[in-house]
Design a binder for this molecule. Structure first.
Ligand code: WAQ
Ligand code: MG
Length: 265
């Protein structure tokens, strides 16, 4: 892909409350159609129609493009969100996050990690050893940005996800985001569950195990969700934030999609 790419990002809100965000990297010819699609997505969101919608479009200098691969996908079936959070704890600890730091992050997301008790617009940055939060703005958090799938990889991903009924926007977007997190030096794991009240599946992503879906990480109807990026202690915070928000990544290879299995806690 040698043509110039543009970053297009959408962010929507109502009364200052974050509703949704999305972003892609596309050639100029796709910007107009995609802008319409993203606006429609903001207006028809399950968390409510947006009152304010921001679109940002910027050209990407070709020299800034990095290429990478998506993680392998595993699906762990749990009986309920409590068991799911227990599973997340175990998986995070396995990735090098101290038990207490993992537990605290889960509790913060469950309680609403923003200062007003709602969802943050981005992610918490959490020290993997002592659990302290490092993002400069606890309402905004850190937003992973400037990443997308190569068109051929997107087609391949959709083909591989479809037999498991996983070919939806939540999964595709989250996989791309997790891939960028895993490509960020200094991050040891990510924890995520959605803020969409009807979407209860979340995940833990780690460099070694890949993208580990957990069938329930919150109760149905809950509007609180969020993300925690766990940082290796002593690592350079500025470089981590710069990489997550500014470096440009196209993922052109797809990982394996494993059949679901029951969590054996
Ligand atoms: N960077 C950092 N944090 C973000 C970003 C971003 N680009 N986008 C969203 N967040 C944070 C923010 O706090 C949201 O409230 C929270 O994550 C959830 O975002 O395999 O849909 O877009 O079945 O609601 C995961 C499971 C779905 C997918 C996640 O997240 C699967 C999802 P949402
Ligand atoms: Mg959402």
């Amino acid at each position: 892909m040698s043509q110039t790419l543009y970053s297009i990002r959408m962010r929507s809100a109502r009364d200052g409350r974050h509703i949704s965000g999305a972003e892609r990297l596309v050639p100029a010819g796709e910007l107009e159609g995609l802008a319409g699609f993203l606006v429609r997505r903001a207006l028809q969101h399950p968390r409510g129609a947006a009152a304010e919608i921001q679109l940002t479009i910027e050209e990407i200098p070709p020299g800034r493009l990095n290429r990478g691969h998506l993680p392998d996908v595993h699906t762990l079936r749990v009986a309920n969100f409590r068991q799911g959070r227990q599973a997340a704890l175990v998986l995070l600890e396995r990735a090098g996050v101290r038990m207490q730091a993992a537990r605290q992050a889960i509790e913060r997301l469950a309680a609403g990690a923003a200062p007003d008790g709602g969802c943050m617009r981005g992610a918490m940055l959490v020290d993997a050893r002592d659990g302290h939060r490092m993002e400069p703005d606890p309402a905004r958090g850190i937003r992973a940005s400037h990443m997308d799938l190569d068109p051929a990889a997107e087609e391949e991903l959709r083909r591989r996800l479809a037999p498991y009924a996983l070919d939806n926007e939540h999964v595709r977007d989250a996989l791309v985001l997790a891939a960028k997190v895993l490509a960020t030096p200094g991050l040891v794991a990510e924890l995520c569950w959605s803020d969409d009240p009807g979407y209860v599946t979340g995940y833990v992503a780690t460099p070694r195990d890949g993208y580990l879906r957990i069938s329930h990480l919150k109760p149905m109807g809950d509007e609180l969700g969020g993300r925690a990026f766990f940082v290796r202690p002593g690592c350079c915070l500025d470089a981590v934030m710069e990489h997550l928000e500014k470096s440009v990544w196209i993922f052109d290879r797809v990982g394996r999609i494993h059949p679901p299995m029951d969590w054996q806690g």
